[in-house]
Structures are given as structure tokens and as C-alpha cells.
Design a protein around this ligand. Structure first.
Ligand SMILES: C[S@@+](CC[C@H](N)C(=O)[O-])C[C@H]1O[C@@H](n2cnc3c(N)ncnc32)[C@H](O)[C@@H]1O
Ligand code: SF4
Length: 387
């Protein structure tokens, strides 16, 4: 473990309260063994890997019940100003929105069938929402048994009361963004210790309440964060995090392109090493692109072979089984389309009208025919293959 990280943890556990917390969070050999068995049995499979698209009828009207994954950005307010985040490019006047509960009610038909419901989006921090717990109650009331609810958060606003409230509502998964240890503070302009204290509290309360909520890390991989990846794996192991998502940087501007790691030989070596390091600790690293170029399939959603083989399988299955809804009621097939579609959920429209409207239908037709819409050429998952 990195010396600085170790020192930080040690300094935190100096005071009495933290000593108590540490007693709970230190992984016992028994719990570690149980975790290894669960990982082996693949108990922690995440929803997007469980939604094959072969059985979807592409050309005809698509029922709402085909929506298996939903991402509802309940607010686009944020407590941070991370340097690499695309949010910084958006006009300030649209960045203080909360979703109206009437709009959330319009999503109930989709909520009833979805396997995966996330209450976060690409430009906000869900813990900044005043309605988070109310919306979680609503989703819990309508969602089907066994579907997974989740939040992607920077974790800074977590506190004892909020953690308990999330546990009481049986939140399925909390995805915490953590981009390194040394690199964290320079990217996110916030003290790393603040996050660490919250994560330790989360672990302690989880044990106290015997909660089912599991914690996952999101690590944005770029040249400046990769040297910290082994430390993050150590920390994840220490906190009994179940998976670490490795997300390639989507550069917010030209100057960030030098930070990209896709196809960089030195970065690939570091990633291979990290993969082995994590496996030895019973931890799964989930790469959001095929850095080892082993699979024909990119991630779990992009079927690159479709264009080459001209078969009627979509290049990407997002428009067939996924929606993202932003606080202003816009419905998107993925975050790459952010800001480009007109469809909007409001008092006069229904989700069905958008899901089977011109924009969604045209997109499905193109992808089924192996045509890449111009918007998709910037997609990190597709780009490497078709450039
Ligand atoms: C935009 S954030 C919104 C949720 C929350 N505010 C957070 O930071 O976790 C969603 C995810 O995108 C990641 N992210 C931010 N900027 C990115 C970029 N330029 N490329 C790829 N991922 C990025 C974040 O680390 C986070 O895991
Ligand atoms: S990455 Fe998340 S926390 Fe950081 S500015 Fe973007 S939305 Fe806010």
C-alpha cells in the first residue's frame, strides 16, 4: 500500500471513534474467504451483463417493457468542480435543476420492468438532490422484485444519517468515484481524507445494520491516475468493495487528449499488472473497453462484429433496452447523445411516445442495418474500431 495512503489511514484511526470504526472495517480472514467464494460464484454480476439483446424485435414498435436499464439524473446540481468532468462545459444556467416528481411518475411503467435503475446521470451529484430519498421510496414501491437500484456519487456528502437512510431503503449498489490517491485532490479539488472518512463510516454502518448495499468504485483511467491504481485496489480490498470499474477518460477538451490511455503500450502494461494484482486479492476489475483486445465484443454492449459480418444485430444495444432521463425531462439513448435530441417528457407526452418516436426509431433502424450514426463516432467504446 502507498506510504501516503497508509499514513492517512493511520492518522484517521488515531482518534478513539476511528479506532472503533477500524475494528469493523478491517477485513477478517473469515469474511475475506466468504467474499472470495461469492466472487468465484459470480454472485456480483452487474445488471448490464445480464441483459442480452438477441431476443429483442428490432423493426417493430418496441414495448416499454424492453427497457431493462434506466438512468434517471435526479439533479444536475453538484458540490464539486472536477477538472476532467464534461459538466464544466455546460452552460451555467442549466446546471441547477432538480427533476420534478411528476416526471418521475411518468417513468413508473418503465420502472416496473427494469432490471437496473440508477438515480444518477452524467452531469450531477445525486446526493445534492433534496428529493433523493422520496424518489428512492417511489422507485422501491413500483420496481419489480430483484431489480437493482444504484447511485453513482462522489461520496463527499455521505454522512451517518444519509447512509442509514440509504440502507433502510435497501439501495442495491453505491458506485463511488475515486480517481487515485495522489491524483484525486488535484482533479477533484477536495481533500481525499474527507472521502476516506465517509467510506470508513459506510463500511462500519453496513456491518452494524447488516445492510445489503454493496459498494463499487469508478476509477477514471488516464495517464495521471494510472500510477495510483494499485493503491486504489488496496483500498478497495481493505473496504471490501466488490468491483472496480476502470473507465477510460473521455477527454473534455483537446488539451486532455494527452491524458488518454487507450492503446498506449506503457498504460496497457500497468493495466495488465493491476488486473493480476486485483485478481490475487479476489477483486474484479471491470474494463469499459477491451484493452487486451481479446474479445470481439467491446464491453458487454457493443457488438463490433455486426458491421463486419452484416448481420442483423445492433452495433450497440443501448437504444433497444436503455433510457437516460435528465432533470429537464429529456430522454436519451445514451450519454453520447447528450444535448442533441429533442424528445422531452412533459405534461403532454408519455414515455411510450418518445420510446417509439422518430428519433429512437431511426436510431434503432440505423444500428440494426450496421450503420454508425455520426454521434456514435465519438463513443469511446466504438471509436477505436471504426476510426
Ligand atoms: C459525471 S459523474 C456523475 C456522478 C457523480 N457526481 C460522481 O462524480 O461520481 C459520473 C461518472 O463519470 C466519471 N467521469 C467524470 N469525468 C469523466 C471523463 N472525462 N471521462 C470519463 N468518465 C468521467 C466520474 O468519475 C463518475 O464516475
Ligand atoms: S465528476 Fe461528478 S462530482 Fe465531479 S464535477 Fe462531474 S458531476 Fe460533479
Amino acid at each position: 500500500m502507498d506510504k501516503r495512503l497508509k499514513e492517512k489511514i493511520e492518522s484517521i484511526v488515531q482518534n478513539e471513534k476511528m479506532k472503533q470504526i477500524a475494528k469493523f472495517v478491517l477485513p477478517s480472514p473469515l469474511r475475506r474467504e466468504i467474499k472470495k467464494i461469492l466472487v468465484k460464484r459470480n454472485v456480483n454480476v452487474i445488471a448490464r451483463e445480464e441483459t442480452p439483446c438477441e431476443d429483442v424485435e428490432y423493426d417493430s414498435a418496441t414495448p416499454i417493457s424492453h427497457i431493462k436499464r434506466m438512468q434517471v439524473e435526479i439533479t444536475n446540481k453538484c458540490n464539486l468542480k472536477c477538472k476532467m468532468c464534461h459538466r464544466q462545459k455546460l452552460p451555467q444556467h442549466i446546471l441547477n435543476q432538480e427533476i420534478d416528481l411528476k416526471l418521475v411518475e411518468k417513468l413508473i411503467p418503465a420502472c416496473q420492468n427494469a432490471d437496473y435503475i440508477s438515480l444518477s446521470g452524467p452531469s450531477g451529484e445525486p446526493l445534492c438532490s433534496n428529493n433523493l430519498l422520496n424518489i428512492l421510496d417511489l422507485v422501491n414501491h413500483y420496481k419489480k422484485d430483484g431489480s437493482l437500484t444504484s447511485l453513482n456519487t462522489n461520496g463527499i456528502l455521505l454522512n451517518e444519517e444519509l447512509i442509514k437512510n440509504l440502507f433502510k431503503r435497501q439501495l442495491g449498489m453505491i458506485i463511488v468515484s475515486i480517481d487515485g490517491v495522489r491524483s484525486y485532490e488535484s482533479l477533484r479539488n477536495i481533500d481525499f481524507t474527507k472521502l476516506l472518512i465517509n467510506l470508513l463510516a459506510f463500511r462500519r454502518i453496513k456491518l452494524e445494520m447488516n445492510s445489503i448495499t454493496r459498494m463499487v468504485f469508478n476509477f477514471v483511467a488516464m495517464k495521471r491516475t494510472l500510477p495510483d491504481l494499485l493503491d486504489i485496489i488496496d483500498l478497495a480490498h481493505f473496504l471490501e468493495v466488490t468491483e472496480v470499474n476502470i473507465i477510460p477518460l473521455s477527454p473534455p477538451s483537446e488539451e486532455w487528449k494527452k491524458e488518454e490511455i487507450i492503446d498506449d503500450t506503457f498504460s496497457n502494461e500497468m493495466l495488465k499488472k493491476a488486473k493480476g494484482y486485483a485478481e490475487a486479492r479476489g477483486l474484479r476489475l471491470i474494463f469499459w473497453w477491451d484493452f487486451e483486445k481479446e474479445n470481439k465484443q467491446f464491453g458487454s454492449n457493443i457488438r463490433v462484429s455486426a458491421a463486419e459480418e452484416k448481420i442483423n444485430t445492433p452495433l450497440c444495444d443501448f437504444p433497444f433496452n436503455y433510457i437516460m432521463v435528465t432533470p429537464n425531462g429529456k430522454v436519451w439513448p445514451c450519454c453520447g447523445f447528450y444535448g442533441t435530441l429533442e424528445s422531452s417528457l412533459n405534461e403532454a407526452t408519455t414515455l411510450d411516445e418518445i420510446w417509439n418516436g422518430r428519433e429512437y426509431t431511426e436510431l434503432r433502424k440505423k444500428l440494426s442495418a450496421g450503420i454508425i450514426p455520426s454521434k456514435c463516432t465519438n463513443c469511446t467504446l466504438l471509436r477505436k474500431k471504426f476510426n
